[in-house]
Ligand binder design. Structure first.
Ligand SMILES: C[S@@+](CC[C@H](N)C(=O)[O-])C[C@H]1O[C@@H](n2cnc3c(N)ncnc32)[C@H](O)[C@@H]1O
Length: 208
């Protein structure tokens, strides 16, 4: 079970049975289950062995399959290239404040700065895993521009082989009001009836 916003990023990969898909920072596996249900060959990686156990239990409960890897995504050097990669990066989670109001008091500026550095490192480590013409979806359940818009700007500057692949209103369930002029999503809690988690989502295409 996951929030409606959290279900959008995996759909934007348009994964299918003939695709190799990498789910980075995957546990406890809400998005892994979505990806595995498409019939794609999914590799789910997380650095926490304990959280990966929950992911494995969730796969078994749903009768789905995925390969699991316990590793730090920053130093993982498997030679494989993937048609589609999801990076659900660790973040301040300020977008979840409806359900966890304490995050707005607990998140300190120093934490945001440190998480932003981690997200940039993870994005840089992820880039070489994406096959030419492959897709990369980056997402965070954060409302902070440092973890969203700034990450996209930095990544495009450092990786000229990637371009943004704009997300259309309604695609993958994206609320129309969340679509920014560059085709990334800034989902705010009031964008869906009844409320939803805040999320930032960007989809890239590897051209070379
Ligand atoms: C936002 S949660 C992921 C939620 C998950 N994608 C889902 O849909 O259920 C972030 C995850 O990133 C993992 N993580 C944090 N830093 C990591 C790293 N450097 N390498 C691999 N996993 C990492 C954490 O253990 C945590 O499980």
């Amino acid at each position: 079970m996951q929030d409606a916003s959290a279900a959008i990023p995996a759909r934007l990969l348009e994964a299918g049975p003939d695709q190799q898909v990498l789910d980075l920072c995957a546990a406890p596996g809400g998005k892994t289950l979505q990806l595995a249900a498409t019939g794609a060959s999914v590799t789910a990686l997380d650095r926490s062995a304990g959280r990966l156990k929950r992911l494995a239990a969730n796969l078994e409960r749903m009768g789905l399959k995925a390969a699991t890897v316990t590793a730090n995504a920053v130093d993982w050097t498997a030679p494989d290239l993937f048609d589609a990669v999801l990076l659900d990066a660790p973040c301040s989670a300020t977008g979840t404040f409806r359900r966890h109001p304490d995050v707005l008091w607990a998140a300190r500026p120093a934490d945001i700065a440190s998480l932003s550095e981690t997200q940039a490192r993870l994005l840089d480590a992820t880039a070489p895993r994406v096959a030419p013409q492959g897709r990369l979806v980056y997402c965070v359940c954060s409302l902070e521009p440092e973890e969203g818009e700034a990450q996209v700007a930095g990544f495009l500057a450092r990786h000229p082989g990637f371009v943004l692949e704009p997300i259309a209103p309604g695609e993958g369930g994206a609320p129309a009001d969340s679509v920014r002029p560059d085709g990334t999503l800034r989902i705010l809690p009031f964008h869906s009836p009844g409320g939803t988690d805040g999320f930032y989502v960007a989809r890239f295409l590897r051209q070379s």
